[in-house]
Design a protein around this ligand. Structure first.
Ligand SMILES: CC(C)(COP(=O)(O)OP(=O)(O)OC[C@H]1O[C@@H](n2cnc3c(N)ncnc32)[C@H](O)[C@@H]1OP(=O)(O)O)[C@@H](O)C(=O)NCCC(=O)NCCS
Length: 175
């Protein structure tokens, strides 16, 4: 793909519906068989988009950013970064979300988005960053490892969705 067809930029409130759609479609494809199907079926792109619209209109809190990747002027994915929410990683940054429409997986969009997210974390002054990934999400784990992230030994059973999800933490320095 010509480089000028793909652009990573800060999200604007008008991007919210496309962000909601990428969020829900990506969850439904990536987590099928890994989280309860009822939960995935009930995800609502409009509601998700509405949440992101409110976030953007309020302005991301300090140290946070929401980036989108456009291909031919269509938003196909997003990434959200901010300060770490873990007590034992305080002072670091966190990649909180990175999701692409499933038809755009494996085409390099994620790599471009992750590079921009990493730059945004560095620009916010963080010297290192962490992220949490589903233990069984092999595609994402390969993707992060190729970009210089490595497991830091932390694991958790995340109960915030209403069912247990096994997650592992990755970390990387921000040069
Ligand atoms: C995870 C996700 C964002 C990755 O984006 P992507 O566009 O599919 O990834 P890319 O096309 O940029 O990278 C794909 C390939 O390039 C490799 N690659 C990525 N970054 C690289 C880098 N910096 N250097 C070298 N190789 C790299 C990856 O290892 C991968 O190779 P593989 O297919 O042989 O495993 C995307 O697949 C997605 O949205 N998945 C579902 C949601 C999800 O799991 N999100 C993560 C939640 S923690």
């Amino acid at each position: 793909m010509p480089d000028d067809a793909r652009r990573v930029r800060a999200a604007e409130p008008t991007d919210a519906p496309a962000i909601g759609l990428a969020h829900v479609r990506s969850w439904q494809a990536a987590y099928r068989g890994r989280v309860p199907q009822d939960y995935l079926d009930a995800l609502d792109a409009d509601r998700r988009g509405e949440g992101w619209r409110r976030y953007l209109e309020a302005g991301p809190p300090g140290g946070e950013a929401l980036l989108v990747v456009d291909v031919d002027d269509r938003v196909v994915g997003f990434a959200n970064v901010g300060p770490s929410r873990d007590d034992d990683a305080a002072g670091g940054g966190e990649l909180r979300a990175i999701y692409l429409l499933p038809e755009r997986w494996g085409l390099g969009d994620g790599r471009a988005l992750l590079a921009a997210a990493t730059r945004a974390l560095h620009a916010h002054g963080f010297g290192h960053a962490t992220l949490w990934v589903l233990d069984g999400n092999e595609r994402a784990r390969r993707f992060y490892e190729a970009a210089g992230w490595a497991p830091d030994g932390a694991t958790k059973e995340d109960l915030s969705f209403g069912f247990p999800v096994a997650e592992v933490r990755y970390r990387r320095p921000l040069p």
